[in-house]
Write a protein that binds this ligand. Structure first.
Ligand SMILES: C[S@@+](CC[C@H](N)C(=O)[O-])C[C@H]1O[C@@H](n2cnc3c(N)ncnc32)[C@H](O)[C@@H]1O
Length: 256
């Protein structure tokens, strides 16, 4: 069947079952938004998805490895939640020596990213529509990422939704284990209380060192940053580094 990009598949069920075999309610860091393409997105998808998009289903294949989809071995940069690719295209084009793996579960955003990659000549990017948290846990091994970018992750404003925020102690432990020693994690947010949460969680995370930094100049201003600025919100950037291998218990919970 021709892949028009419009078939909606689960972003990757976490396969967690209760003792009596029922599927567990999952806490996900994203919400399902519309998947309909505009004509421009459909055109971009048709023209470019084969070059850049890793089909969701292939990650289930025995021996699946992201590297094969880049066609070369190179230092791996991972972006989680690349949106419409405004930052991805520019930053990746400036790093032709790296493989840039961008996770985005929102299909229209992926389609929009495609023309930006083409325009920027960022041929070193691959896009993956599978849940990034699940993918880090199951498809990427310990010490496999040289740089991790999480720019303007969904703020989940209501207190009862805070548990859905990407940056949690549990995710920090996983992400740290996936960074190479010396690997860098860059973050940005326009939500003051999320910035505080990031600071608390990441300052306390074993194996990470760093903190708030001036705005990373290279980071292009995206729609989310523009929106935050228009509303007079403060943009906070963080930079952390993996300082030492994390505990063996983390490192051994590698890909399954
Ligand atoms: C607020 S947007 C920011 C997009 C982009 N970084 C920017 O600055 O314009 C956050 C994006 O992260 C994506 N996202 C959230 N959790 C994700 C996950 N676990 N895996 C993949 N994408 C995710 C959402 O679909 C959404 O498009």
């Amino acid at each position: 069947m021709e892949d028009t990009g419009q078939r909606v598949v689960p972003a990757r069920p976490h396969h967690k079952l209760t003792d009596d075999g029922r599927r567990m309610r999952e806490v996900l860091s994203y919400s399902r938004r519309g998947s309909r393409f505009t004509p421009r997105q459909a055109e971009a998808w048709a023209a470019h998805h084969e070059r850049y998009v890793i089909p969701d289903t292939v990650v289930d294949r025995e021996g699946f490895a992201f590297e094969e989809w880049f066609g070369r071995s190179a230092p791996l940069i991972v972006e989680i939640g690349s949106g419409v690719g405004e930052a991805t295209a520019v930053l990746a084009a400036a790093r032709p020596e790296a493989n840039v793996l961008a996770f985005e579960v929102w299909r229209p955003g992926v389609a929009d990213t495609l023309w930006r990659l083409e325009e920027a000549g960022a041929h070193n990017v691959r896009l993956c529509g599978v849940d990034a948290v699940w993918s880090l846990e199951h498809l990427l091994g310990p010490a496999s990422i040289t740089e991790l970018w999480t720019f303007f992750p969904d703020p989940w404003r209501k207190a009862r939704h805070h548990k859905r925020r990407l940056i949690s102690a549990e995710f920090a432990e996983l992400a740290t284990s996936r960074l190479v020693p010396g690997g860098v994690w860059r973050l940005a947010t326009d939500w003051a209380d999320y910035a505080e949460q990031m600071r608390e969680v990441l300052d306390a995370a074993p194996g990470l060192s760093g903190g708030e930094v001036p705005r990373w100049e290279e980071r292009p201003v995206t729609k989310f940053e523009r929106k935050g600025l228009a509303l007079d919100r403060t943009i906070t950037d963080f930079r952390y580094e993996r300082v030492a291998p994390s505990s063996p218990s983390i490192a051994s919970s590698s890909s399954t």
